[in-house]
Design a protein around this ligand. Structure first.
Ligand code: SF4
Ligand code: SF3
Length: 528
């Protein structure tokens, strides 16, 4: 196998051999390549033939399926490959029997990319991994009934390009276009989420699990949470969010359910420890799913594109009865259990989306002008297991009292239970939501730049990002597309960024790897 799409890739260069660091088997990796190759073939067919909504959905579903920690199930991958091939055959029924085969619409062989010259491989990887992450966002919007034609069209274009023999100069603009289209895609998801569930409001979330039956729901899919809340209403079952589901507490149409009680656990990489012998079922709606341990294997449920061999999968009909029965059977804790975040805090605060932060724009601008706020840091992104990630906790702890920390995605669990106090009426630590709510951070940055009549790069704002999987790739490309400079990225740089491509990023965008919190803070605040 060969896979180097995530931050924990073996030896910071690539997972090879029998399985990846994430637990993905060589067979699974080969099937994911086969699926991607089939999607490229489908996209090439659609370049000259009419596609349908079903084709669009399949493209999104297929790409999302190959995101890290989503699908470990060979059977569902085989089924998906079959569906993609059937779709292609239905669009060009004559192709299979053609006597003068041109090969233009065949499934693509992914080793052509993995074995290409390193800069070409690097740029094609940025495109592929970027659209994988972006497909997850487009899929979440789609299940809520929201689509964007330009975004959908772009998936076909990007997949098409992957099979082309293009130069670096030709591929680079497509890499940047991933960033541009992902901005539209995140905007679409923001619209879908806020129109369906209301505008997030600042909300305090308890980490205590009350006695009695409960269900833990993890991942990013807010619709699944809504459906679960409806189906558990009046049944004496409490619902707790986990990981990237935490920001759900801030949406009026979700927080109105009194049995949505709080948040259990921290970020994904701690799940094998946190879920061991948990007296409750866990429902996975997206990544990050880790290889399931025996101590909780009888209580893992998956839905949507997430799948793991032998775990119960809740299909499209969204009947959560099996999860509900499991919750009642396990019964939960006998007494209330007080849990804490990794720094010992007992509550978390979330719900600082763009509407809330910009609602306080006057206060924010005033605080900056008066010197009460010296600097903003966006510290966030994907979490992971590497020990170097304690950088982010230390950075936030060391950030001076006249600075504000904006955060998002699961990387925030490194510090979101800290009480950093307030500046005036504003909390110093504001959780903007899930990774896709990077859209909120961008909106806030652009609005502040307008208020101060300067560019985003001239604002007293620095981005200190952590990355792990492919959603972080598309977000990073969006920030670069917007011309944002001086991003600090860690804990390590992506293995798929070649030396020349990195040089280009450093030259144009002054992107830099994180050093130590002390050094980076000094440099940013001009105290070096
Ligand atoms: Fe390795 Fe990451 Fe690929 Fe898993 S997803 S096989 S850990 S590079
Ligand atoms: Fe985390 Fe997996 Fe990426 Fe949406 S849950 S951020 S790593």
């Amino acid at each position: 196998m060969f896979c180097f799409q995530c931050e924990q890739t073996a030896g910071c260069s690539g997972c090879t051999g029998k399985s990846g660091v994430c637990g993905k088997s060589a067979v699974n990796a080969r099937l994911q390549d086969e699926l991607t190759g089939a999607l490229i073939g489908l996209a090439r067919v659609c370049a000259a033939n009419p596609k349908t909504d079903r084709t669009d959905r399949l493209i999104l579903e297929g790409l999302f399926t190959t995101v890290t920690n989503v699908n470990f199930n060979d059977d569902t991958l085989l089924d998906m490959i079959k569906r993609v091939r059937e779709e292609k055959a239905s669009i060009v029924p004559g192709c299979a029997g053609c006597m003068a085969r041109c090969g233009n619409t065949d499934d693509y062989e992914m080793s052509f990319i993995w074995e290409a010259q390193e800069d070409i491989r690097s740029l094609k990887s940025l495109i592929l991994f970027g659209i994988r992450g972006m497909a997850a966002y487009a899929y979440h919007a789609l299940v809520l009934g929201y689509t964007n034609k330009r975004v959908n069209e772009f998936f076909y274009k990007a997949l098409y390009v992957l099979a082309e023999d293009w130069s670096m100069e030709d591929l680079l603009p497509v890499v940047m276009e991933v960033g541009e289209m992902n901005l539209e895609c995140m905007e679409l998801l923001d619209l879908a989420n806020t129109q369906t569930f209301g505008t997030p409001v600042p909300t305090e979330v308890s980490m205590t699990v009350e006695k009695g039956p409960f269900i833990v729901i993890t991942g990013h899919d807010l619709l699944d949470l809504k459906l679960l809340l409806e189906q558990t209403e009046g049944k004496g079952i409490h619902i707790y969010t986990h990981g990237e589901m935490l920001p759900a507490h801030a949406y009026p149409e979700l927080k109105k359910y009194p049995h949505l009680k709080g948040n259990f656990g921290t970020a994904w990489q701690n799940q094998q420890k946190e879920f061991a012998n948990l007296p409750a079922p866990i429902l996975y709606t997206t990544n990050c799913l880790m290889p399931v341990k025996e101590s909780y294997a009888d209580r893992v449920f998956t839905t949507e594109v997430v799948s793991y061999p032998e775990m119960v999968h809740i299909g499209k009909e969204k009947d959560f009865s099996a999860v509900i029965e499991k919750a009642l059977e396990l019964g939960g804790f006998k007494e209330n259990r007080e849990f804490t975040g990794i720094n010992g805090g007992k509550t978390l605060l979330t719900g600082f989306g763009h509407e809330t932060v910009l609602g306080a724009a006057d206060q924010v601008v005033e605080a900056v002008k008066s010197g009460a706020i010296r600097h903003f840091f966006l510290v966030g992104g994907c979490d992971g297991a590497r020990p170097g990630r304690s950088y982010y906790t230390d950075f936030v702890k060391l950030a001076p009292k006249d600075t504000v920390i904006l955060t998002l995605a699961c990387g925030k669990y490194r510090f979101n239970d800290l009480d950093l106090g307030t500046i005036g009426a504003l909390p110093r630590l504001m959780d903007m939501g899930q990774c896709n709510d990077a859209y909120s951070a961008i909106k806030v940055a652009i609005a502040l730049a307008e208020a101060f009549e300067c560019s985003v790069n001239e604002l007293p704002l620095s981005m200190i990002l952590s990355w792990y999987e492919q959603k972080a790739v598309c977000i990073l490309l969006t920030l670069l597309h917007l011309g944002i400079q001086n991003i600090k990225l860690g804990p390590t740089l992506p293995a798929f960024v070649s030396k020349n491509v990195l040089e280009l990023l450093v030259d144009h965008y002054k992107i830099a790897p994180i050093k130590t919190p002390e050094e980076d803070l000094k440099e940013i605040l001009g105290e070096a």
